[in-house]
Design a protein around this ligand. Structure first.
Ligand code: GDP
Ligand code: MG
Length: 296
């Protein structure tokens, strides 16, 4: 019978187009200096960087930065190419007087929205607009603080209005498992109390399996992470870990660190959502308010 038409190949057609074009992923890092921001990012992405030369150079830049400094690198896995831009921000909350220290960060995020809008509104716009819009903000909480500081609340409120914020407990190997559980619970309560809206957002379109997955992610937030750029040999096996007086911590060990959960969340289960929500929620909000202002 000649019933087969072939519109089921649309997914392959789209895939081919998508593979050819590649895509951008832009992540901004916010937190005090010394919280392990550069280390974590390198732990998440290092193994898929194409150009290790570039990585060295990029690290130099990242480590010395005193201003907001985007660094772009190419990642590849099974033929899929990602142009990853990491935006490092100068040590945040380092000084006693932090009044307005979020201003440049928020400005950077809004500037990228503005640049995208400008390109979109050009009479003869490019077919593919370069996308520098920030898809995720990793927000590093100091494990030494008792909870959210007033500064954290203030900054988180502003950041969540313009981008997808993912809070992490930095250097969580500096706490015992019990301390970490208590700290996590406390932060969760405070986030709820201050009505800080985090990604992934609940949506009416969500199917049941999305709901279950997102609930398990919300349970994990804030991710208690451990980063390391060191590869250590333990019983003949090479692991990425950190040495402590009491032994070696393997950052991939799920009983000691949420690192693997965070990486799966960002790159495996919610990568496309991070990009889509940026465009459909955060950028759309910016676009609407800008266009309204022009009309008035
Ligand atoms: P940044 O200033 O936030 O970018 O912090 P870095 O990534 O440069 O890290 C600062 C220091 O903390 C370095 O000595 C790292 O080796 C160390 N560090 C990074 N991540 C961790 C972690 O998860 N646990 C511990 N204990 N130390 C860490
Ligand atoms: Mg750094």
């Amino acid at each position: 019978v000649q019933d087969y038409v072939g519109f089921d190949t649309i997914t392959q057609q789209m895939e081919r187009k998508f593979l050819k074009r590649g895509f951008n992923l832009n992540v901004i890092l916010v937190g005090e200096s010394g919280m392990g921001k550069s280390t974590l990012v390198n732990s998440i992405f290092a193994s898929h960087l194409i150009d290790t030369q570039g990585r060295r150079a990029a690290q130099e830049v990242i480590r010395k930065t005193t201003e907001i400094a985007p660094v772009t690198q190419m990642l590849e896995e099974n033929g899929v190419r990602v142009k990853l831009t990491i935006v490092d921000t100068p040590g945040f909350g380092d000084q006693c007087n932090n009044e307005g220290c979020w201003v440049p960060v928020i400005k950077y995020i809004k500037d990228q929205h503005a640049a995208y809008l400008e390109r979109e509104l050009k009479p003869n716009r490019e077919r593919i607009i370069v996308d520098t819009r920030v898809h995720a903000c990793l927000y590093f909480l100091n494990p030494g603080s008792r909870g959210l500081r007033p500064l954290d609340v203030e900054v988180l409120k502003r950041l969540t209005e313009v981008t997808n914020v993912i809070p992490v407990i930095a250097k969580s190997d500096s706490m015992t498992i019990e301390e970490r559980t208590a700290f996590k619970r406390h932060i969760k309560e405070e986030l709820a109390f201050h009505r800080i809206m985090l990604f992934p957002y609940a949506s009416d379109d969500d199917a049941d399996d999305d709901r279950v997955l997102n609930a398990s992610i919300r349970e994990l937030i804030p991710f208690a992470v451990v980063g390391s750029e060191e590869v250590i040999e333990v019983e003949g096996k090479l692991i990425r870990g950190r040495r402590h007086g009491w032994g070696v911590i393997n950052i991939f060990d799920e009983t000691h660190s949420d690192f693997v959960h965070l990486r799966n969340f960002m790159l495996r289960t919610h990568l496309s959502d991070l990009i889509e929500v940026t465009s459909q929620r955060h950028y759309e909000q910016f676009r609407t308010s800008q266009l309204r202002q022009i009309k008035e």
